[in-house]
Design a protein around this ligand. Sequence first.
Ligand code: CA
Length: 238
Amino acid sequence: MARILIVEDEANLAQGLLFNLQAEGHEVSVEGDGDSALNRLRRQPFDAVVLDVMLPGKNGFEVATALRAEGNYVPVLMLTARSRSQDVVSGFAAGADDYLPKPFDLTVLLARLNALLRRMHWPRAPEKSPSPRNDPAEFTFDGRHIDFEALELHALGRTVRLTLMEVDLLRHLTRNRDRIVSRKELLEEVWHVREDTDTRAIDNFVVRLRRYIEDDPATPKYLQTVRGVGYRFMPNPE
Ligand code: CA
């Protein structure tokens, strides 16, 4: 059983989700606009949030951005419009952990939500669960330390709590270290977006990672831009 907040202004859809998630045994709350959702999340702990993008007041991107800025890392499943893959990337840049295009199949939503809840429980599991694809649980480079299971990054004398999507991006970059990865590859492998998408939101996402690991984010040493192509993660730059 998990505590889930649904943020959706379409009453019928919200009620349908409420009913079905309760039937799964979850404790479910609903908010119909961005500001109420944010206030609710500041007062009350949840295990996951289903967050619509188009909302009265603050939209879903603004809610997710505000949450992350306040240090709230509750897993967020964002509901986006099907025709707008830009929404998907913007959602991840705002700190969403997964997305589902509308209209969606309810069984798909339940599966994605359960996957998000399971992943979130890895770090707290009494016995260490294996990472996907037998990836290492940690990665250390040049005095920086990424703990993929605890969702933490230690660098420059501080600890940053990572979103699940940031962890996925860092996993991909560390697995492909010293190699150029294209924006298209990141979209497909990390974001699972296959359409042609404006990739500027990815760049914003990378800017955020640089703030975590670089001495000077404006002149990155470890996470470099390869002009016109993508990025290269170099844990041991010359
Ligand atoms: Ca809506």
